[in-house]
Ligand binder design. Structure first.
Ligand code: HGY
Ligand code: MN
Ligand code: MN
Ligand code: MN
Length: 419
C-alpha cells in the first residue's frame, strides 16, 4: 500500500523509531508471550506496563500521579493554577490474546506529544495532561470503560468496589496486590478537563481500503453488555434419560443460536456477539446445571439497541416454564455518541495544514472518548489497521501513521493549551 506521510525529515524518522521502540517494549508485557497481548487490569503485566509509562512520563518532565482506580496521569507543570487540562490519552489494558496497538498506540502518541512540548520548552497556559486508562476492555472485571467511567462519575464508588473477577478477587484486593491505593480520589470534576483527545487504531478496514492515513471520528456506536445466566439441573450423563434433563448448556446453545437474527432483523449495522461463556460444573460426564455468557449489542441508534435488549429478555424468559431459571444482568449501557464538532473541525484544519489526507469516520468500537464526551469536549483520530484486524495477535498499524497523529495532536494541543 503506498503510504501517505508528511514530508520525511530527520525529526519524523526519529519520531517513528521512538514510537516503534515503545510499541515493541510494551508488547513484551503480556501473560501470553507468542500468542498476542494479554494484559489484565492490576495484573503483573499491568504493573510492568504502568512502571514503563510512569518512567516515560518522568523522562518527559511530567508530574506523575495515579488516582484511586489506577489511572496514570502525567501533567506538564501547572502554569495557571487550577486551570483545566487538555487531556490526551487512551487505555493500556487488553483483551485476552489481543494485539499490541489497541490502547497503547494512543498512550504512546500522547506521550510523544508531551515529549515535543518538553523538547520545545513550551509553557502552556492550560496544562497539558497525559492519561493512561485502566480496564477499558472489561476483560477482568466485565463491562469495560472502567477507568474513564470512574473518572466521569458514571461508575459509582460502591459499584467499583463490588466488582470481582472470575476468581472472586475484588478490584480493591487486586489493586492492593500491586501496591495501588484505592482510597485515592476517583471521580474527576468535569471543570478540571478542558478537552479530551484520543488517538486509536481503527480496528476496521475503511482507512486502509481508502488509502487515507487519518480518520477524524464523528460518532461512536452505542454499546450494551449483558451477562446472561441459565440455570437447569445437574445430573449424571449416563444414567439420566433424555426426557428427564434440564440441561443448561443445550438451552444456552438454543438461545445463542437465535441471537444473530435479532440483530439482522434490526438491520442498520446492528450487531450482537457472545464472546465469553462459562459452563458449570464443566465436567464431561455431568449434565451442566449453569451457564453464564456475555451478550454484546451495538448499533448507531439507541432504538435498535433497546429493541434487541427487550427481545433477548423475552427469549431467555421463554425457557422459565421449562424448569430453567434465567436472568440477564446489564454490565454496561452506553448510548451512541456524537463527538464535538468544533474539535473535529480543528483536527481537520491541522491535518490540512500538515498536508495529511483525512476523512470523517464513525466508530463501531467503543472507546473511552465516548465516556468523556459526557463531561467535556472530545476529539478522536483513527489510524489504519492492517487488513482491518484487531483484538487478535495479527493487529498491526504503521508507526508512521502514529507519527502523523503525534504531529496533528501536537498542533491541536498547542492551540488548546494556548501556548
Ligand atoms: O469493545 C470495544 O469496542 C473496545 O475494544 N473495548
Ligand atoms: Mn481500545
Ligand atoms: Mn479493544
Ligand atoms: Mn433506524
Amino acid at each position: 500500500m503506498r503510504a501517505i506521510f508528511v514530508r520525511k525529515e530527520e525529526f519524523q524518522v526519529r519520531l517513528v523509531e521512538r514510537i516503534e521502540k515503545q510499541i515493541n517494549d510494551l508488547s513484551r508485557f503480556t501473560a501470553t508471550p507468542g500468542k498476542g497481548t494479554t494484559r489484565l487490569t492490576y495484573s503483573k503485566e499491568d504493573l510492568l506496563t504502568r512502571n514503563y509509562i510512569k518512567d516515560k512520563m518522568m523522562e518527559y518532565e511530567l508530574t506523575v500521579r495515579e488516582d484511586g482506580l489506577g489511572n496514570i496521569f502525567g501533567k506538564l507543570a501547572d502554569t495557571v493554577k487550577d486551570a483545566p487540562s487538555v487531556l490526551i490519552g487512551s487505555h493500556f489494558d487488553s483483551v485476552p490474546n489481543g494485539g499490541a496497538y489497541d490502547g497503547p498506540a494512543g498512550v504512546i502518541v500522547a506521550l510523544e506529544v508531551a515529549a515535543l512540548f518538553a523538547e520545545n520548552r513550551l509553557r502552556p497556559i492550560y496544562p497539558l495532561e497525559i492519561v493512561a486508562l485502566i480496564e477499558e476492555e472489561g476483560s477482568r472485571f466485565g463491562g469495560g470503560l472502567m477507568g474513564s467511567r470512574g473518572m466521569a462519575g458514571s461508575l459509582s464508588e460502591e459499584d467499583f468496589k463490588s466488582l470481582k473477577d472470575e476468581d472472586g478477587i475484588t478490584t480493591i484486593e487486586a489493586m492492593s496486590k500491586i501496591g495501588l491505593d484505592s482510597s485515592l480520589p476517583k471521580k474527576r470534576a468535569a471543570r478540571t478537563i478542558k478537552t479530551f483527545l484520543e488517538l486509536h487504531i481503527e480496528q476496521g478496514p475503511i482507512l486502509e481500503e481508502k488509502n487515507i492515513p487519518i480518520g477524524v471520528v464523528e460518532a461512536i456506536v452505542g454499546i450494551t453488555q449483558l451477562e446472561v445466566t441459565v440455570e437447569g439441573k445437574a445430573g449424571h450423563a449416563g444414567t439420566t434419560p433424555m426426557d428427564r434433563r434440564t440441561d443448561a448448556l443445550v438451552t444456552t446453545a438454543n438461545i445463542i443460536s437465535r441471537l444473530p437474527d435479532l440483530a439482522i432483523e434490526e438491520g442498520e449495522g446492528t450487531v450482537i456477539t457472545t464472546g465469553r461463556l462459562h459452563v458449570f460444573p464443566n465436567g464431561a460426564n455431568v449434565i451442566p446445571d449453569k451457564v453464564v455468557f456475555s451478550v454484546d449489542i451495538r448499533s448507531g441508534k439507541e432504538e435498535h439497541i433497546s429493541r434487541v435488549i427487550k427481545k433477548v429478555h423475552e427469549l431467555i424468559d421463554s425457557y422459565q416454564d421449562q424448569g430453567f431459571q434465567t436472568k440477564a444482568e446489564q454490565l454496561l449501557y452506553m448510548p451512541p455518541k456524537i463527538l464535538n464538532e468544533e474539535i473535529g473541525a480543528l483536527l481537520k484544519e491541522k491535518c490540512a495544514d500538515l498536508g495529511i489526507p483525512y476523512c470523517s469516520i464513525n466508530s463501531g468500537a467503543g472507546h473511552d472518548a465516548m465516556v468523556f464526551s459526557d463531561v467535556t469536549d472530545v476529539g478522536m483520530l483513527f489510524v489504519p489497521s492492517k487488513a482491518g484486524l484487531s483484538h487478535c495477535p495479527e493487529e498491526y498499524s504503521d508507526a508512521r501513521h502514529l507519527a502523523n497523529g503525534v504531529q496533528i495532536f501536537y498542533e491541536v494541543a498547542k492551540r488548546l493549551t494556548e501556548v
